[in-house]
Write a protein that binds this ligand. Structure first.
Ligand SMILES: Nc1ncnc2c1ncn2[C@@H]1O[C@H](COP(=O)(O)OP(=O)(O)OP(=O)(O)O)[C@@H](O)[C@H]1O
Length: 569
């Protein structure tokens, strides 16, 4: 670091009697003090104060370079005890308009050249542009005459400047340049201050990053546990829902996906498949689980009653409306409104349901005022809505709005592997209701139950078992005789039937009968999709096709190979 050679050194008439030993001792004390300072603002204020003491200046300031090294920003200053002032002009551009280094600006010069500037009087110094200094002076009512700038250098990098103004001779009191014997100590002090500023900045940045990381970590942990809760909530099947066959697991999977959003859900499936149970499952898996789940069967009430039940009414709307009454849509606010048998909703009401779906709007019967609720709609139907649209019985717009996320609840005949579990479940409930132990089921009875096509699905199975529990004596096994006749004198039964006694014949034919039974059961489970059945049984599709032909296994309702042969001949 060298003195600005463009300027003549001022010869001092009187040698200041100042002991170098004392200056260095002061510097050492200061350096130790700086190394223990942890807050950047306090550290800089101490540097400014110490620099003023060392040089007997009227003011001192620190400017640091921004990250792009395009500007110096005043970060600390003390001008005759004034430590706050207008910050608007406290910025110095390092580059001029043509993007050339602004070497006329003394601070920019000191930074760009890593050279100290020591001017006895800026009013008579040539080659510099002092407009920044004058502007800053104006903002705080000061007048700079002498100016000393020491660059703050850390390693090979200039990080800012230490600026001193109006350095006064300690003896004469005159303002002038900094005497030579003080310049080196000041530069040494600036170097220590630069290291301290650099380290403290790093420390602060470090601590800020640690705090930021801590906060982000905390947020992530919270988000993680929220998601885990959500997932945990989603995958837990509510008690009472039985079944883990692939088709029903697929439906659970869709429910898990849809539950966390507020999209309307349309549950489709035959009667008795468990659509209402699934609607409950959706609600309890969603974020609305703490709020009401309100269900209404749209086929159960005549049009006018259904309207007032769903949307409420105002006093005097009809005979008997003696007071205002809110509807189920109001009751379900923030929760779920389950509209069962939506296909039977009268056309005139469908428009109101559409408005509820689209805008959350509810209009009570007899009122022109719109109210707004926040409900999630889950609808269910076993009707063919597409056909109803064709016949003009169901609004297309309502269908599209409802059908955003359709979930098909599979019929029981497509998931026979759920039957034994459902049987145990319903036997336990039915026997429990009459204070008995659940009865055992004979192999033939289970066989019959496994082979039935269940047009009434799970509800039908439940009814069959409730009846059987009433028919069987306490301690007796449920046999075929306790089941409805149509089950035991089955039509549409499989090619072979599992029996408790091993059928007659050689080993090959007996194994063949069992093989046919297994293949048929697996095909029913995957809705007669041969590729899927092959995958599940870990055999090729060719093998399945070949065995279907060999055992004459056919999908109910389709024409058998033998039938085809007889037609052809
Ligand atoms: N997976 C299941 N586990 C246990 N019970 C079930 C299951 N699925 C259905 N049920 C029972 O079967 C009966 C019919 O179910 P639910 O009323 O939910 O069917 P649904 O499809 O809504 O019928 P509908 O179309 O006639 O309204 C109920 O008693 C229900 O508890």
């Amino acid at each position: 670091m060298a003195l600005d050679q463009r300027l003549p050194r001022e010869e001092r008439s009187k040698v200041v009697k100042m002991s170098n030993r004392t200056i260095y001792e002061d510097l050492m004390d200061l350096t130790i003090a700086l190394s223990s300072e942890r807050r950047i603002e306090t550290l800089m204020a101490r540097v400014v104060e110490a620099a003023m003491r060392l040089s007997n200046a009227e003011g001192a300031a620190i400017f640091t370079l921004d990250r792009l090294a395009r500007h110096l920003h005043r970060v600390s200053f003390n001008y005759r005890g004034l430590t706050e002032g207008s910050q608007s002009e406290a910025r110095i551009a390092i580059y001029g308009k043509s993007l050339q280094l602004n070497l006329q600006e003394p601070a920019a010069f000191a930074v760009s050249t890593a050279t100290a500037v020591n001017l006895a009087d800026i009013n008579s110094a040539a080659g510099y542009d002092f407009s920044n200094i004058r502007q800053m002076d104006k903002a705080i009512g000061f007048q700079t005459s002498s100016l000393v700038i020491a660059p703050l250098i850390h390693g090979d990098q200039t990080i800012g400047i230490l600026q001193l103004v109006n350095v006064r001779d300690k003896v004469t009191g005159t303002v002038g340049a900094l005497p030579d014997f003080l310049l080196r100590p000041l530069q040494s002090f600036a170097a220590h201050a630069a290291v301290a500023i650099w380290n403290t900045r790093l420390l602060e940045e470090n601590q800020r990053l640690i705090r930021q990381l801590g906060r982000q970590n905390e947020e992530l942990l919270q988000e993680n546990s929220r998601l885990l809760n959500k997932v945990a909530r989603k995958v837990v099947k509510p008690k009472g829902i039985v079944g883990d066959s692939p088709p029903i697991e697929r439906a659970y999977g869709l429910i898990a996906r849809a539950a966390c959003s507020a999209v309307p859900i349309l549950l489709r499936g035959e009667t008795g498949t468990g659509k209402e149970m699934m609607a409950n499952f959706i609600h309890s898996s969603s974020e609305r689980s703490g709020k009401p789940f309100v269900a209404q069967n749209c086929a159960a009430l005549p049009e006018s009653l259904l309207e007032s039940e769903l949307f409420g009414y105002v006093k005097g709307a009809f005979t008997g409306a003696v007071a205002n009454k809110s509807g189920l849509a109001h009751e379900a606010h923030q929760g779920t409104l389950f509209l069962d048998e939506i296909g039977d909703m009268p056309l005139s009401l469908q428009a109101k349901v559409l408005r509820l779906l689209q805008e959350g709007e509810v209009r009570r019967v007899g009122s022109t005022k719109a109210e707004y609720v926040d409900v999630r709609i889950v609808a269910a139907t076993n009707a063919n809505l597409e056909e109803k649209i064709e016949r003009g019985e169901f609004r297309k717009d309502l269908f599209y709005r409802l059908n955003v996320f359709p979930i098909v609840v599979p019929p029981l005949r497509e998931r026979p592997s759920d039957i034994p579990k459902l049987v145990n479940h319903f036997l336990a409930i039915a026997a429990g209701n009459i204070g008995r132990q659940a009865p055992q089921l004979s192999a033939e009875a289970l066989d019959s139950l496994m082979c039935w096509s269940y047009p009434g699905n799970v509800r039908e199975l439940r009814n069959i078992l409730e009846r059987a529990v009433l028919l069987v004596d306490d301690g007796q096994q449920i046999g075929r005789s306790h089941l409805p006749a149509e089950l035991t004198g089955m039509s549409g039964k499989p090619a072979v039937e599992m029996s408790s006694t091993i059928p007659d014949g050689d080993l090959k034919s007996i194994v063949g009968q069992y093989e046919a039974l297994v293949i048929e059961a697996k095909l029913r489970e995957v809705n007669w999709n041969q590729s899927r059945a092959a995958r599940n049984l870990n055999v090729s599709r060719r093998t399945i096709v070949e065995k279907l032909q060999r055992y004459d296994i056919r999908r109910p309702g389709s024409v058998s190979r033998i039938d085809l042969e007889s037609i052809e001949s």
